[in-house]
Ligand binder design. Structure first.
Ligand code: ISE
Length: 337
């Protein structure tokens, strides 16, 4: 296969960014379909993919055989109705995180994939392709600095869109730490507790944040996560790892430092689109290459399900103030390799 024909589903913030990425930077793929119910958004997206066709829903794109693979970039609560027909059609899928917002619907997706007998889905946990996280994972696995004892994670957004509501603090945002803590430690999340900092009066009224989520892994590593979506000044994702023999830190913005007018300044990111641009590029290139070989090359639907199970505990912890244990179902053998 020369060019992988991709249908991008959802032409909002992330979908539009992926369309430009595929058209400009990814080798061996092209956007041939844009699936988007909103005509204005679809038209804007098509300007960056003039050869692509517009479809109002995934069923129409499947019926027209408009693609070899699907990239789902709608908000998480709308993934399931796209995933189901795409899996039934046997199409390879890159699905933005979260796979779905809760454990039952994620498990249903896993079961559907198992019934097909093939791993079709890769989940877009792009942090796994970020060099900082990769280096930290290697350091932890090497044991050079002794055992990992704990992690401090800061996940800060300048602001969030109007559609963002309180549970999204967990299922849309902390879900990244839920996955990456497991990636770093090779251990599943065992329990979650959520504390509230003093509420930021600059947050939208419906949000009660920043929060501090405490994720405990089955191996006894405690990760603290400051989730802050109204920090105003910039987009910042940092992790500090506490080892027996010292500390490792990743995620500090590296760029030009300026020394003018009695001030030292470094430009900070304002969005995940630039903070993780290189990780998104690598993720999508590897997915394209793997898809051509009939494989996935990144987090699977099972990883998506494990995150969803922990998210469910996290949402309950957020609402109740209790420490909540995560409940997992049995892993199907399809995901053993
Ligand atoms: C958003 O959906 C993302 O995935 C970003 O990486 C995260 O920082 C943000 O909090 C989410 O809303």
């Amino acid at each position: 296969m020369s060019e992988l024909r991709i249908a991008v589903v959802g032409a909002g913030l992330m979908g539009a960014d992926h369309i430009i990425r595929i058209q400009k930077r990814i080798v061996g793929a092209e956007v041939t379909a844009v699936v988007e119910p909103d005509e204005g958004r679809a038209k804007a997206a098509l300007e960056n993919a003039p050869a692509a066709k517009w479809f109002p829903n995934i069923e129409a794109a499947i019926a027209a055989k408009a693609m070899d693979a699907v990239l789902i970039a709608t908000p998480g609560q709308f993934h399931e109705p796209v995933l189901v027909p795409a899996i039934e059609a046997g199409l390879p899928i890159l699905c933005e995180k979260p796979l779905t917002p809760d454990a039952v619907s994620s498990r249903a997706i896993v079961d559907l994939e198992v019934a097909k007998g093939k791993q079709l889905i890769q989940v877009g946990f792009m942090r796994r392709f970020d060099q900082g996280y990769i280096n930290l994972r290697e350091l932890i696995a090497s044991g050079k600095q002794g055992e990992l004892l704990g992690l401090h994670c800061a996940h800060r957004n300048p602001a969030v869109p109007d559609t963002y509501h309180n549970d999204m603090l967990i299922f849309d945002s902390v879900v990244h730490e839920i996955d990456i803590v497991r990636f770093l430690t090779d251990s599943r999340i065992k329990s979650i507790e959520v504390k509230h900092m003093r509420r930021n009066k600059l947050s939208p009224e419906k949000l009660n944040e920043p929060i501090l989520a405490l994720l405990e892994t089955e191996d006894g590593v405690l990760a603290t996560v400051e989730m802050n979506v109204s920090v105003q000044f910039g987009y910042q994702v940092k992790t500090e790892a506490v080892f027996q023999k010292g500390i490792a830190e990743i995620g500090r913005t590296a760029g030009m430092n300026t020394f003018f007018d009695g001030q030292i300044a470094t430009e900070e990111h304002m969005s995940f689109k630039t903070r993780f641009a290189a990780a998104y590029d690598t993720q999508i290139q590897r997915w394209v290459d793997a898809t051509k070989l009939g494989k996935i090359d990144g987090p699977s639907a099972w990883d998506g399900y494990l995150a969803a199970a922990a998210v469910e505990a996290g949402v309950e912890a957020l609402r109740s103030g209790n420490k909540v244990q995560v409940v997992y179902t049995v892993k199907p053998s399809l995901y053993n390799s």
